[in-house]
Design a protein around this ligand. Structure first.
Ligand SMILES: [Zn+2]
Length: 279
């Protein structure tokens, strides 16, 4: 774990896809220690990932784990939630998260357990505290401001801002170094990113890549990638390029700038194409 700011500990995820050898520990996950309680953000990609995070917390503090933030529906961020059930925390998510979990859980569970093995995911954990626009949680003299974002990386992205250290816990609203994955709306993501750039944060914690970047400078690569994706996809649509051909050609100027580019860019183009072709 790295302490990215006083009382904020993060574990860097590996720049890989989920595999049996990495326990789906591919996202940046961690915890925030207040005067009276701890908040987890996020819980990790498997029960093992979550259990290791819980052990890391107990090496730092014995304060109760009162909140577990679930930043969005993707398995690498929420499949560790079951590791915290015995702590009886309040699980917190975007108001759209329960619906997203309900519709995708079984598919994600089967796919992840096919890779990691049986019983690696644990029970479906639903958030009990739902955030519609903004909410606050208090860890004892340490307030986290939660924001439920419009459709962006997904349709259920939740970010947290720690006032005390001016740290933005952005989860997958920010990718650095590792290729972004678009599972919501390209235009929406650019809009939310523009808003996040105005946050009074000194640093941000991305969902993938380094555990801390200066803010807002740390948004530059993602913003450039999304703009290239938008510009090139629009140009392909205008020229009458077929969607599959576009997926092979759009965004290639970004290829050497991102790890796992070939695993994600084609899918991002398909998403962007379907969104932009009706403009
Ligand atoms: Zn994600």
């Amino acid at each position: 774990m790295t302490q990215v700011a006083p009382g904020i500990y993060m574990r860097r995820g590996v720049d890989e896809d989920a595999s049996a050898s990495n326990d789906d520990a591919i996202a940046n996950i961690g915890f925030i220690v207040g005067g009276e309680a701890v908040a987890v953000t996020d819980a990790g990609g498997s029960l093992n990932d979550g259990r290791r995070l819980r052990a890391s917390i107990r090496r730092v503090t014995q304060l109760p784990i009162r909140y577990v933030l679930m930043s969005h529906v993707h398995p690498d961020h929420v499949f560790g939630a079951g590791a915290f059930s015995a702590d009886h925390p309040t699980f917190v998510g975007h108001a759209a998260l329960p619906g997203a979990l309900a519709s995708r859980w079984e598919y994600y569970r089967a796919r992840t357990e096919a890779i990691l093995g049986r019983d690696t995911v644990g029970p479906l954990v639903m958030p009990a505290m739902l955030v519609k626009d903004h909410a606050q949680i208090d860890l004892g003299g340490r307030v986290l401001e939660l924001t439920a974002h419009g459709i962006a990386h997904t349709d259920c992205d939740l970010s947290a801002f720690d006032r005390q250290s001016a740290t933005l816990i952005a989860a997958d609203l920010i990718f650095v170094r590792r290729a972004p994955s678009l599972d919501g709306s390209l235009r929406g993501w650019l809009k939310e990113l523009a808003m996040l750039k105005g946050a009074p944060a000194k640093r941000a914690v991305p969902g993938h890549g380094p555990t801390s970047v200066n803010w807002p400078e740390g948004s530059q690569d993602l913003e450039r990638y999304l703009q290239v994706l938008q510009r090139d996809t629009r140009a392909a649509i205008k020229k009458g390029v077929e969607i599959d051909a576009a997926a092979r050609t759009v965004g290639l100027s970004e290829r050497n700038r991102w790890v796992l580019f070939d695993d994600y860019n084609g899918h991002n183009v398909l998403q962007a194409f379907k969104e932009l072709e009706w403009e």
